[in-house]
Design a protein around this ligand. Structure first.
Ligand code: PHE
Length: 352
């Protein structure tokens, strides 16, 4: 009987060796530890054995059962371990691989320049006033003292809206930010018509002109208009403000100059140049060998325009200026083709 027990153990352990997965381990359990397994039958037959044999056989049978249970548990652990490491192997991750680049968004160079210009004027006490992109002929030209046959009013120069509009007052895309002068003056004056408040504002925004697109001109561009209205405002205030702006924008050592010019809505009028900071005034291709770069038009607000805005020109005076912000961005970053701004070429945009 004892040797029979040894056989049962040997066979069970040998079978366990060839178990390769959880499924055949379950089969092995039924065969060697299940209700009808040989070792279990030994327990069933214990009662039939001789009295002195029973404790010996019983103890040994119990030992074997515990051995087989332990061996099964160990095998089960090995199988689970093997399955796990196989899964790890097949889902192998290379943690040293470089990550995928997520390109960062950024502000358009034109927006950045616009914001810098606004920021400088904000420091000087100017507020931002937003005016309309779509204007009437009245605001864009008539109230700004443009004579009826001024060339800027030609179809070849302005984008007019198709539609049923009065012949003497068609809609158009604003050709400059100056119509905002009238709109803002009227709004300020309406607060207290007898005693209109002083004005210190900048008016940024997109302007549109029907132009042949080239390296120097685009059909859309940003302008920053400036307007100061009050009592005792003089041309010196205009010069001082813009000279200070140029220093803050282009550097403390940059020189500037004013040249006489003409605009229907300012009198006297001027254009402001800054010393070419590429060549320091010596003359180079950027300044077309003049040593100077033009950045804006300006002047004292014309009495007719003050009147149209609701400010009595006998009591009030003011100055206005308008600069092209892409123009300024081109000078600062030495961009030689204005078409880059709306081309949306990432190779250009990513440089800013
Ligand atoms: N509106 C003018 C332009 O577009 C610029 C300007 C603005 C000139 C204000 C004088 C005063 O060229």
């Amino acid at each position: 009987m004892l040797s029979q027990l040894e056989q049962i153990e040997k066979k069970a352990l040998a079978d366990l060796e060839s178990v390769k997965n959880e499924g055949s381990l379950a089969e092995w359990h039924v065969a060697h530890l299940g209700r009808n397994a040989p070792i279990m039958q030994v327990f069933d037959k214990l009662g039939q054995l001789a009295k002195d044999e029973r404790p010996v056989i019983g103890r040994r049978a119990n030992e074997i059962k515990r051995t087989l249970e332990a061996a099964e548990a160990e095998r089960s652990g090995q199988l689970r371990q093997a399955a796990l490491s196989q899964a790890l192997q097949s889902e192998r991750l290379d943690v040293t691989m470089p990550g995928r680049q997520v390109p960062h968004g950024r502000l358009h160079p034109s927006t950045r320049t616009l914001r810098r210009i606004i920021h400088i004027f904000a420091e000087m006490g100017f507020q931002v006033y937003r005016s309309h992109d779509v204007e009437t002929d009245e605001y864009n030209f008539q109230l700004l003292n443009f004579p009826p046959f001024h060339p800027a009013r030609e179809m070849q120069d302005s984008f007019y809206m198709a539609g049923d509009y009065p012949k003497n007052n068609p809609l158009l895309l604003r050709t400059h930010t100056s119509p905002g002068q009238i709109r803002s003056m009227r709004e300020y004056a309406s607060m207290d018509p007898k005693n209109p408040p002083p004005i210190r504002i900048v008016l940024p925004g997109m302007c549109y002109r029907y132009e042949q697109i080239s390296a120097r001109s685009e059909i859309q561009f940003n302008q920053v208009e400036g307007l100061a209205v009050g009592e005792h405002i003089t041309f010196s205030d205009l010069k001082g403000t813009l000279t200070d702006f140029a220093r803050r924008m282009f550097g403390a050592q940059v020189r500037s100059r004013f040249r006489a010019a003409h605009f229907p809505f300012t009198e006297p009028s001027a254009e402001m140049d800054i010393e070419c900071f590429v060549c320091g005034g010596m003359g180079c291709p950027v300044c077309k060998r003049t040593g100077w770069l033009e950045i804006l038009g300006c002047g004292m607000v014309h009495p007719v325009v003050l009147q149209n805005g609701g400010y009595d020109p006998r009591r009030f005076s003011g100055y206005a200026f308008g600069m092209g912000s892409e123009r300024v961005a081109m000078l600062i970053h030495r961009i030689d083709d204005i078409r880059n701004f709306w081309m949306n070429d990432l190779r250009f945009l990513e440089q800013f």
